[in-house]
Design a protein around this ligand. Sequence first.
Ligand code: LLP
Length: 439
Amino acid sequence: MDIAVPPLPNSSKINQAGNLEVAGCDVTELTAEFGTPLYIYDRRQIVDNCRAYRQAFAAHTGDYEIIYASKAFTCLAMTQLVAAEGLSLDVASGGELHVALRSWFPPQRIYAHGNANTHDELGRYVRNEVGHVVIDSLDELAALDSIAGEHGRKQPVLLRITPGIEAHTHDYIQTGKLDSKFGLCLAEGVALDVAARILAAENLELEGFHMHIGSQIFSLEPYVRAIALLADFAAECRDRFGFVCNIVDVGGGLGASYTTADEPVGIDEFARLITGTVRDEMDRVGMEMPRIAVEPGRSIVANAGLTAYTVQAVKDIPGIRTYIAVDGGMSDNLRPMLYGARYEAVLANRPGAAPTRTVTVAGKHCESGDILVKDAELPDPRPGDILVTPATGAYGYSMSNNYNGQPRAAVVFVQEGDARVVIRREEYEDLVRLHERLE
Ligand code: LLP
């Protein structure tokens, strides 16, 4: 039987007991066993998404690299899956690197990013022989060159350029426009100067260029314009410095479906457009086809994950609205509050029941803005119901926090009727683990 909330994993269905089932696991049984809030990931869906990226790019080019952006969701199990699927990994900090290395992720397949990497972080990238560091500033260039020199390593790098393109997405997650804290702008020869300095640096090896124009992007047209600018820039570097560009990394950003109304571009279409545009643009400027790299985060994990909560209270404000209060909120999903992101809800213990009312799903935090779903259509929700918000797999756990002393929720991977805890639930004692008493 179909469920009228599409962004659930493909394996989702209503089982014989009338409950929501994901990858052969009854969600109400999962919550009974592991508690709520609970992040549930369909492991097969993650794997399928990784494979969809590889197949889509392989259909258009022999030289491609799919770099999973671990900021979207990372843990040992996740980086293990990514490694097994042959993807590379984007880490944005020493912490994300640590998780990757602890799962034995091959360092040569890691791209290290960041606009404020510390001396310590750069040292870790060099010492662990990370495949590429993506240079984001002149200061970073100088620091990395000297650290690489100290370790006797010639560190391969990409240069992050800011193409000055506005992607049509939330302002906070646009990253490629001119006024951005990320990358080096093409204007006034800023990026060109940094390219020259990298080429002159003794301990750095420039292999290509990187850009990332934004996230949750639904129209691919900004990529086309940005790639054209990148190609012009690469040609200028060739003309001036004789530089050969081996890698063009166009970043991540492909949108995911959060609600019934969202219609993101598919992975196949994305791959076709990116490879076609890079090929056309390289032809135009008379350059060899480079390796094409992409850095998807959201589109690998968003629709593989969902969050299950227990309804705690139902409160009617006559003539105004009904609040359904659940046992999580902005601590496990900051996105509605931060970006006004929209989600939908379904009751795992009667997903097939016809909705009877429009309600507001509120979190448990001491903030009026802690609203998870604004207008949820639900079948008469009651305390004890298991409420699920689909598509929380990206930037959910990774932006989770302990506000109001809320321990971080557990994460389970489900597959063929089996559930495995991949991140344990925090306990109250974890909240004081780092605290020191006075005297
Ligand atoms: N590469 C770079 C350099 C990035 O900065 C990002 C995301 C990605 C790749 C992956 O982008 P994706 O494919 O996931 O769109 N917290 C926000 C999203 C911030 C994205 C930051 N950078 C949210 O919850 O919407």
